[in-house]
Design a protein around this ligand. Structure first.
Ligand SMILES: [Zn+2]
Length: 427
């Protein structure tokens, strides 16, 4: 393969540098460069991007790749290929593997798999508490030395406020952000969907917004008290958006993410007890969807993250109450977001790309999400207007628990490059 790459005639959009113009993008030895000499151009691999958008590779700070422990659902090889197919070049994995990532030994094992199998940049997180039990702090210092970029007990929210206070203080000593799955467990026992008219109609146990809001409020208070950078994962409630907006106005260092499914679907999408619409937190109402969109627009919410959570068909093919929470989304996230935010004329392409690249990267201090000169040539090339039908047979993911299956979306990834190397090309 050539050491030079010449991407021609695309609409190059690099939000952090406020670049948006038809032109060429050059890569030399894995890095973005200003130009290539005539001799280098002659040797370069050429990609014709006429009619396509050339953007920084997408960044997702919230994915589950299930390795070790549940590699029948996903592993680092398949998860990273799914990411590449969705235009992602950098992801951050959650530590709720089996065993959970609460010690340097397990992290080393994961790092070895990443080294061996990942086709995109895969970063790790460490547990906030040992065994994700919410009782004793994990060895954050050791985990940081071994390379984690954040601490989180994603999936199981720490309920004890004193433990949470010490955990966020401890993480802050190592300059790590804390990512929290905001859920008051006492309010969600047995709950499987949003508490409202639809849950009453379906006869399913409801999950009130308050379960999220109370923990978001707790985290804001702890962030103000300790100075810790606390990030709220998959915000789903309009009230949580309001809490974050007020906290940010006061300069409290909290951040938040929204997921494509919470922006696109509502609780009625569950239809006839379809388990592909069962996730944690649950799909809520149009009022909440609107608040998420407003929050992304005014900067209350910082970025979009998929919470890509693979499950096997046998697990999801059961009664609604019994099915596990979670869906996959890496391979169609860009198209979903283009549909809800860009094709509705509410966001520009540059705004959408910012939410899916450097803004998430900044939360975890990742050097990613830009086409700056000298940056790694991590690139996503897509057609914002191409329609395609989501086909599970084409998934690179090992799992198919995806509510977009069968839907026609507008916006298709054509190619993905990591460090100048092609890791995905639509054929
Ligand atoms: Zn979560």
């Amino acid at each position: 393969m050539s050491h030079y790459l010449w991407i021609k005639n695309g609409l190059v959009i690099d939000p952090i540098n406020k670049r948006e113009a038809i032109g060429d993008l050059f890569v030399k030895e894995g890095l973005i460069c200003k130009s290539l000499t005539k001799q280098e151009q002659a040797k370069a691999t050429v990609f014709d991007a006429q009619g396509l958008v050339v953007a920084p590779g997408l960044v997702d700070i919230h994915v589950h790749f299930r390795e070790p422990g549940q590699t029948h659902k996903e592993d680092i090889a398949s998860g990273s290929r799914a990411g590449a197919a969705g235009g992602y070049t950098t992801v951050v994995c959650m530590p709720n593997t089996n065993p959970v990532c609460d010690n340097a030994g397990t992290l080393e094992r994961i790092n070895n798999s990443i080294e061996k199998d990942a086709v995109i940049n895969v970063h790790t997180t460490g547990c906030l508490t040992l065994g994700m039990k919410g009782e004793h702090l994990a060895p954050t210092g050791q985990l940081k030395q071994a390379g984690i970029v954040a601490v989180t007990d994603d999936g199981i929210c720490v309920q004890n406020n004193e433990i949470m206070r010490r955990a966020v203080e401890y993480a802050t000593l190592f300059n790590l952000p804390i990512m929290d799955h905001c859920q008051d467990a006492s309010l969600t026992e047995g709950a499987v969907m949003h508490e409202g008219e639809v849950s009453v109609k379906l006869g399913l146990r409801g999950w009130p917004r308050a379960a999220e809001d109370i923990i978001v409020a707790r985290n804001i208070i702890l962030s103000e008290l300790t100075g810790a950078r606390i990030h709220m994962q998959h915000v789903s409630s309009y009230h949580s958006v309001e809490l974050l907006r007020n906290a940010k106005a006061k300069g409290i260092p909290v951040t938040g993410e929204a997921s494509p499914h919470h922006i696109e679907f509502n609780d009625a999408s569950i239809g006839d007890y379809n388990t592909l619409y069962k996730m944690n937190p649950p799909l809520r109402t149009d009022k909440d969807r609107e608040a998420l969109i407003e929050g992304l627009k005014d900067g209350t919410l910082d970025c979009i993250a998929t919470d890509h959570a693979p499950h096997s068909p046998t697990e999801k093919d059961c009664e609604f109450e019994k099915a596990p929470f979670g869906i996959i989304g890496l391979e169609n996230a860009l198209a979903s977001i283009l549909g809800t935010l860009y094709h509705t004329q509410r966001f520009t392409l540059s705004e959408v790309i910012a939410l899916m690249t450097y803004k998430g990267a900044a939360i975890c201090d990742l050097d990613a999400g830009t086409l700056s000169e000298g940056a790694a040539a991590d690139i996503c090339i897509f057609d914002p207007n191409q329609k395609w039908k989501v086909d599970p047979e084409a998934f690179k993911s090992k799992s198919k628990n995806c509510p977009w299956i069968g839907r026609t979306l507008k916006g298709q990834v054509k190619a993905t490059f990591v460090g100048g190397k092609e890791v995905f090309r639509l054929r």
